[in-house]
Structure formats: structure tokens, C-alpha cells
Write a protein that binds this ligand. Structure first.
Ligand code: KIV
Ligand code: ZN
Length: 525
């Protein structure tokens, strides 16, 4: 396959490196939704998971492999046969897929983690690449902790992996330790010293521990790397991975500096993909996050506003529209028909195969009845809000009444829940209306969890905003998250706690199943 030398391949690992850092893992359906969104964004390779880590992971990697039409699905494996076999099993029958195999090459990982010397590691890597090549001619090899690997070892490893058949060799800065000039220097050294380097694509995978992930990635690109590994919103282990939107927009915005390099990313799909991932993963985008934060295009100071009014480019190097932020000009009410909703979703860039119109329309009508007018961000929330009704649900809110007011009134709530097939009601007082509601839910579910975090925010702006409540609770030494969205913040609070209780219930179900089946113990990289 001939690859244009100016094209930078975008390899997304939101579903592997990103997902492994989430508090709660995603369902197959949620992963599929993200994978299809990434494909629409124009991502070239999608690392869908780590199939050996659990039967569930293998199942979702397979489902994603089957669903992708354009992007290449990829599965991760350690440099051992059973991991590679699991990847091959996940992709069995597919025409195109990538196996990504890795082993650590730094002295500290070799000595203290793997307890092997470099020679043994190099031979395991070569064997793994050769073994993976029996399944596919698209094999990526990664030298884990390359950023701290002695350069002679790294050169040796890259050459050996390419000779063994690796078509992509990845140089990760696994612990986000290097600085841009240093990391670029490593890539430059590889290009100067490894004789067969032109036989493979050199990739980079930078973590953000010192806030250098994007800078290091771009520095590597300048020195010849032609694959960048990233995640949406920079999700990932610890301080996260390199953010896809940052690298892509830097290459695009500074095109001349990067000597006409380009990616296949459709930049106008960035904002939507970012919001989708944030919603599904329950990881809000920080307001000041470059490119996709809510503040990324806001101009506050008088001088800036004056400048922007005269010429936007005085303070804006990219337009919000170029990454897909849209003007809020949709007027949807309970009188809007399905066609209107479909058109609005199409205008927002969602193709029909990424949602179920009947389901969205039914939920839209409920919301429109409550809110009057529904906005584009509401529709997106309906799409990506993780609804308990799509998962195994034990508890759902049937009715809620609250009395609360001045000092003389003791806040009192009564809550009716559907629990499995039954309905039960409880009342309780509390130190405030939310506390009273939470006390009722605790009595009804029997789940005595400790509330460790409660945040309330607005989805949308002004009087038309919906309240979004996020709660974190501890139950049996594990943390669970729940989210509720409603025009009434007390109801949003109740929905958030109920959604956390459903998460606890689901975990208990899975654990019971695991106890019965026994399970492979690999958890992540
Ligand atoms: O950070 C890392 O080194 C990784 C590898 C598995 C590529 O995630
Ligand atoms: Zn990583």
C-alpha cells in the first residue's frame, strides 16, 4: 500500500487507553457508538480494546471490527501468543485489521517489572511480531516506555521489529517524561541510525504527565513520525494521552510550518465527537480545554471583544465553526415532528445509523413537554446521555414529591420507585430537599452508599437550561457514578442517585456471573 508521505495517520485509542482510565467501563453499545463517531470524524485506525483482558472486551472489539466500514480496527496485545490469538479471534473473518503488540524496553521496566534482560525482551518482541504476521499483514509494534529507553536499545529494537515484519513501529512516551526537543531528537536519531526505517511507519504515543503530550507529538511529526496516537479530549491514563483535536488542529492551522502535512480528520466533526465522548464516558470537558472547551472561543476582556468585533482574527486563530461549533438556531417544540428532529440531527452532523429515531423522538417529546423549547444541546444530551433504560435497570423513578421552604418547614420528600416489577413508596425528612429525597431512595433500594461528590451544572444556557447532577458514591469500597438530567434540579438529583444505584446493581450482577464463570485476570495496560 503506498502512503502519501505528507499524510499523518491518525490512530485513536480513546476506546483502549482512554477507556482503561475511566471509573466505570463502557458497554458494548456505548463503545460502538464512539467507534462509529470516530469513523465519521475520519480517524484512520481505531484501537478498539485489549481483547485478552476480558470476554466482554473481546466481544466489543469484535462488534466494532464488524461495524467499521472505512477505519481500520486494531486490537492490543502484550508480546505473548495468547494475547495475539485473542486479537485474531476478535477479528476472525475480517478482511482488514491491525494487531498491535507491545513490550517494555526501558531499563526500569525490564529490570523491575518484567525481570528480564534486554536480549530476552528483544527476542520476545521479534517472536510476537512474527506470530502476529501470521494473522494479518498489518502489525504494529510498540516499545513501551521508549521515552526512557537507551537510544542504542531503541534503535536495535526498531530495526529488529521491522525486520520481523512490523509495518508500524510506535515510540511511546509512556510516562510523559520527555520534553519536545528531546522527544523530537529521539525520532531524529531513529531516522538517522535505523537502516530499514523507511520500511515502516513511525508512530508516536505521548502521555501528558508534564503537559507535553501535544508538543512532543508535534515535535516527533516534524522529525518524520507519520502516525499520531491520540484520544478524544485527551482522555487516558493519569494526566491523559495526547488530545486528537489539538494535534489535528495544530497541523491544520500551522500547515505551512508543517510543510503541507495533513490528516484525514474532518475538523467540523470535532466538537460533536468531543461532546459525544464526554457524555458517554461521563468525563466533562474542562471549560479551558484547547479546541473543545466551552471557553475555547469566548472573548471576555473589553479590549479583546473590541478587537474581535473589528476583525475576528485579532484574537481568534481558528473559528468555532471550523471545529463544528454551531450557532444555536434550531427551534424545536412538542409540535415538531419526527422529520424535524431527524433534520436537526442531520444538520448537527449525526447520520441516522448512529441513533434510533423512534427512541430519540419519544424522549424528545417528553422533554419538549416539560421544557417548551428544545435546543441542539438538548438533542445531543438525549443522544449521548447514558440512559439507564438502555442498560440492565433495577430501579426507576415513578413519582417524586418534595415539601421545602423557609426555616419553619422541615424538608420532606416522598419517592415512588419501580423496583424490578414492583412499585414501592417511602417518605423521609432531611437537612434539605435533596437530602430528604436521597434518604427515601436509600430506604427503597436498601443500598447504603456514601455520597462522596455532588455537582450540579446547567446543560445549555439561560432560562432554558436543564439541570445536570453528577454524583459519586462509595459502596463496598468501590466508587460509582450517576448522572441525572431534568428541568427540575431535585428530580435531576434523584435520577443521578438512582442511576448510581443501578450501576451498583449491575456490578453486583456481573460479579455474581463472574463468580459462576471464573475470568481471565488481565485488566489493562
Ligand atoms: O503508553 C503506552 O506505552 C501504551 C502502549 C501500550 C502503546 O499505551
Ligand atoms: Zn498509553
Amino acid at each position: 500500500m503506498s502512503i502519501d508521505k505528507n499524510r499523518v495517520i491518525v490512530f485513536d485509542t480513546t476506546l483502549r487507553d482512554g477507556e482503561q482510565a475511566l471509573q466505570a467501563s463502557l458497554s458494548v453499545k456505548q463503545k460502538l457508538q464512539i467507534a462509529l463517531g470516530l469513523e465519521q470524524l475520519g480517524v484512520d485506525v481505531i484501537e478498539a480494546g485489549f481483547p485478552i483482558s476480558s470476554p466482554g472486551d473481546l466481544e466489543s472489539v469484535r462488534a466494532i471490527g464488524l461495524a467499521l466500514k472505512k477505519a481500520i480496527p486494531c486490537g492490543l496485545s502484550r508480546a505473548v501468543k495468547k494475547d495475539i490469538d485473542a486479537c485474531a479471534q476478535a477479528f476472525e473473518g475480517l478482511e482488514r485489521f491491525r494487531i498491535h503488540t507491545f513490550i517494555a524496553t526501558s531499563d526500569i521496566h525490564a529490570k523491575d517489572k518484567l525481570k528480564k534482560d534486554f536480549k530476552d525482551i528483544a527476542s520476545m518482541a521479534v517472536d510476537a511480531v512474527k506470530y502476529a504476521r501470521q494473522y494479518t499483514d498489518d502489525v504494529e509494534f510498540s516499545c513501551e516506555d521508549a521515552g526512557r529507553t537507551p537510544i542504542d536499545h531503541l534503535c536495535y529494537m526498531v530495526e529488529a521489529a521491522i525486520n520481523a515484519g512490523a509495518t508500524t513501529v510506535n515510540i511511546p512516551d509512556t510516562v510523559g517524561y520527555t520534553l519536545p526537543i528531546e522527544f523530537g531528537g529521539i525520532i531524529q536519531n531513529l531516522f538517522n541510525r535505523v537502516p530499514n526505517i523507511d520500511k515502516a511507519i513511525i508512530s508516536v504515543h505521548c502521555h501528558n504527565d508534564l503537559g507535553m503530550a501535544t508538543a512532543n507529538t508535534l515535535s516527533a511529526v516534524q522529525y518524520g513520525a507519520r502516525q499520531v496516537e491520540c484520544t478524544i479530549n485527551g482522555l487516558g491514563e493519569r494526566a491523559g494521552n495526547c488530545a486528537l483535536e489539538e494535534v489535528v488542529m495544530a497541523i491544520k492551522t500551522r500547515k505551512h510550518y508543517f510543510k503541507d502535512l495533513y490528516t484525514n480528520i474532518i475538523s467540523t466533526n470535532i466538537a460533536r465527537t468531543s461532546q459525544m465522548v464526554a457524555g458517554i464516558c461521563n468525563e466533562a470537558v474542562p471549560p479551558h480545554k484547547a479546541i473543545v472547551g466551552s471557553n475555547a472561543f469566548a472573548h471576555s476582556s473589553g479590549i479583546h471583544q473590541d478587537g474581535v468585533l473589528k476583525n475576528r482574527e485579532t484574537y481568534e486563530i481558528i473559528t468555532p465553526q471550523s471545529v463544528g461549533f454551531k450557532e444555536n438556531n434550531l427551534h424545536m417544540t412538542a409540535r415538531s415532528g419526527r422529520h424535524m428532529i431527524k433534520t436537526c440531527l442531520t444538520n448537527l452532523g449525526y447520520s441516522e445509523d448512529t441513533y434510533n429515531l423512534d427512541d430519540i423522538y419519544a424522549r424528545f417529546l417528553k422533554l419538549a413537554d416539560k421544557k417548551g423549547q428544545v435546543f441542539d444541546y438538548d438533542l445531543e444530551a438525549l443522544l449521548f446521555f447514558s440512559h439507564d433504560d438502555e442498560k440492565e435497570t433495577q430501579f426507576s423513578l415513578d413519582n417524586l414529591n418534595v415539601i421545602s421552604g423557609g426555616k419553619s418547614i422541615i424538608p420532606t420528600a416522598s419517592v415512588r420507585l419501580k423496583i424490578g416489577k414492583r412499585t414501592r413508596t417511602e417518605s423521609s425528612t432531611g437537612n434539605g430537599p435533596v437530602d430528604a429525597v436521597f434518604n427515601c431512595i436509600t430506604k427503597l433500594t436498601g443500598l447504603r452508599c456514601e455520597l462522596t461528590n455532588y455537582t450540579i451544572g446547567a446543560k445549555g444556557s439561560g432560562m432554558n437550561a436543564q439541570g445536570q447532577v453528577d454524583v459519586d458514591v462509595m459502596y463496598n469500597n468501590r466508587q460509582y457514578h450517576g448522572k441525572g438530567l431534568s428541568t427540575d434540579v431535585i428530580e435531576a438529583s434523584a435520577l443521578a442517585l438512582i442511576s448510581a444505584c443501578n450501576a451498583i446493581y449491575r456490578t453486583q450482577l456481573i460479579e455474581n456471573q463472574k463468580e459462576q464463570q471464573g475470568e481471565n485476570n488481565v485488566k489493562g495496560v
